[in-house]
Design a binder for this molecule. Structure first.
Ligand SMILES: C[S@@+](CC[C@H](N)C(=O)[O-])C[C@H]1O[C@@H](n2cnc3c(N)ncnc32)[C@H](O)[C@@H]1O
Length: 238
C-alpha cells in the first residue's frame, strides 16, 4: 500500500504496514523488491505517518499499541501459521467501533491449492515453476496423496524438482492449508463477528475442473466449501 494511496488518496492520518516480506521472499526464491514506497506523487515522503514493520504479525503485533480504526489485509491470512494469535492481537489493536477488512484466499481448498507459480523453484532452472504448474490439474493436490503426487511429478519433471514441489505443496509453512469453515471458526473464537462476507469464485468452469470436483465430492467432502478462491470479510468486535 504506497503512501500515495493510503495517505494521499484515502486521507489516512497514519498507516502502519506489517509484512513478513524478507522471510516470504526468501522462501519463494523471489528476487527481493525494496520496501514499499513512502513517497507521494509530489515527492513528499511520509516518514511519520507511514510506518513499516518487517516480521510476522503474530510476533511483532505486541510491539504495536494502536488503536487502529481499520485493520486491512489482502492475501495474507492464508499464509499466517498462528492465525488465532494474529486475530487476538488484531482484536486488541482495533479501536472501539473500528472494523477489519480481510481479503482471504482459502487457497488450499481451491482448485489451485498447490499454490505453485511459474516463478517458483528457479534453482531448478528458469522454467521449473512453469513445468510444475503445467503438470498440476484442478484440485490435484487434494485428490492425490503426497506420495502419488511425487510419482506423478517425477514422471514429468524429474525427481529433484518433484521432491521440492511436493515439499512446497504439502509441507511448506508458507501456506496455512485451512479451509473456509476453519477461518470462520477462528474469527468466532477470537471474539470477532462477521459483519459482511462475500465469496468469489473463478473455478469449476472447465470440464477438467468439474470432473475433479465430482471426484472430490466422492471423497465425502462438502464441495460447497471448495468451489471458491477468495472471500472478503468485514469483521467487528463482538
Ligand atoms: C500473497 S502475498 C500478498 C501481498 C499483498 N498484501 C497483496 O495483496 O498483493 C502474502 C503476503 O503476506 C505476508 N505474510 C505472510 N505471513 C505473514 C505473517 N505471519 N505476518 C505478516 N505478513 C505475512 C508475506 O510477506 C506477503 O507479503
Amino acid at each position: 500500500m504506497p503512501s500515495r494511496l493510503v495517505n494521499d488518496h484515502y486521507g489516512c492520518r497514519s498507516w502502519t504496514c506489517v509484512d513478513n516480506r524478507l522471510e516470504y521472499a526468501a522462501e519463494l526464491d523471489f528476487e527481493h523488491t525494496g520496501p514499499p514506497d513512502r513517497a507521494t506523487n509530489a515527492g513528499v515522503r511520509h516518514e511519520d505517518s507511514w510506518n513499516y514493520v518487517d516480521g510476522r504479525f503474530e510476533e511483532v503485533a505486541t510491539t504495536l499499541t494502536g488503536p487502529f480504526d481499520v485493520i486491512y489485509s489482502s492475501a495474507v491470512l492464508e499464509h499466517v501459521g498462528e492465525l488465532s494469535i494474529c486475530l487476538d492481537q488484531m482484536r486488541r489493536l482495533l479501536a472501539p467501533g473500528g472494523a477489519m477488512f480481510h481479503a482471504v484466499g482459502p487457497v488450499w481448498s481451491g482448485p489451485s491449492g498447490h499454490h505453485v507459480y511459474p516463478s517458483y523453484f528457479r534453482r531448478h532452472g528458469a522454467n521449473a515453476g512453469l513445468q510444475v504448474v503445467a503438470a498440476l490439474g484442478p484440485w490435484m493436490h487434494l485428490l492425490k496423496t503426497p506420495e502419488q503426487m511425487l510419482a506423478h511429478l517425477t514422471d514429468i519433471v524429474g525427481a529433484p524438482l518433484a521432491r521440492d514441489a511436493v515439499e512446497s505443496i504439502y509441507r511448506s509453512p508458507r501456506l496455512s492449508r485451512r479451509i473456509f469453515p476453519e477461518y470462520i471458526a477462528a474469527f468466532e473464537s477470537a471474539g470477532l463477528q462477521v459483519a459482511w462476507i462475500r465469496k468469489w469464485r473463478k473455478s469449476a468452469r472447465t470440464a477438467d475442473a468439474r470432473r475433479a470436483l465430482r471426484a472430490l465430492r466422492a471423497t465425502g467432502v462438502d464441495s460447497a466449501n471448495y468451489r471458491f478462491d477468495t472471500f472478503w470479510a468485514v469483521l467487528v468486535r463482538r
